[in-house]
Design a protein around this ligand. Structure first.
Ligand code: DX5
Ligand code: ZN
Length: 218
């Protein structure tokens, strides 16, 4: 299991130091929640902040775009140092083209699905994705309650990917992930877990990271 702590729950006045501490704690990925106030009600940071912090970190930058028409900004996020760009299927009318462009720019490409979005939206883009993000809350805010229907959705997604010959495609779960649901999520087929409040609310990072990995049986 890969743990990708969400900086939405970190101290935003201290992000460079937080990134260094995450790396020292053994964390490999970090999750950036980019929000535009349109696709979701909230606003956060964008490509300029990520670019400014890129020199502070060797972590894998997993960038979750909760913005309308993400195709407008793909090259900007590449220039900012994103390693993976995840776009919402609900946010663009041109999902396949957007995913292909992310890969053409040299990044890993991911699709995120809101809780009510069915898996069939993936049917004709299965060859275009490196990761599918299953939202386990409605996006926009940290600290929300995990939606239990996610377990079935993750299991069905994992089966669908395997049946399509895409067992290599990662499954990520984001929202309300904690030490209690980690084991069941990994057993259902999740490879990458995002955690905001349940990670940053319980320092030190090294101990919390170890607790998540142990909960996943790693
Ligand atoms: C929600 C974000 C999540 C969120 C996770 O819109 O995409 O990444 O920050 O935070 P927790 O783990 O607190 O639900
Ligand atoms: Zn996220």
């Amino acid at each position: 299991m890969i743990l990708s702590p969400s900086l939405l729950s970190a101290d935003c006045g201290n992000l460079a130091q937080t990134l260094r501490e995450l790396e020292q704690a053994g964390v490999k990925w970090v999750h950036w929640d980019v929000m535009d106030g349109h696709f979701v009600p909230n606003m956060t940071f964008g490509q300029h902040v990520i670019k400014g912090l890129r020199p502070a970190s060797g972590l894998f930058f997993d960038v979750h775009l909760m913005i309308e028409q993400p195709e407008r900004y793909l090259a900007d996020f590449k220039a900012a140092g994103a390693d993976m760009l995840v776009v919402h299927a609900e946010s663009t009318g041109h999902l396949q083209r957007t995913l292909a462009e992310i890969r053409r720019l040299g990044m890993k490409a991911g699709v995120a699905l809101n809780p009510a979005t069915p898996l069939c939206v993936l049917d004709y883009v299965l060859d275009d994705v490196d990761m599918v993000l299953v939202m386990s809350v409605n996006p926009g805010f940290g600290g929300q309650k995990f939606l239990p229907a996610t377990f079935r959705k993750v299991a069905e997604l994992r089966a669908k990917l395997n049946a399509a010959g895409r067992s290599d495609c990662l499954v990520q779960v984001d929202g309300g992930v904690n030490l209690e649901n980690t084991k069941a999520l990994t057993e259902a087929g999740a490879d990458v877990l995002v955690s905001g409040s349940a990670f940053f609310g319980h320092p030190p990072f090294s101990e919390r990271y170890a607790a998540f990995m142990a909960a996943a049986g790693c």
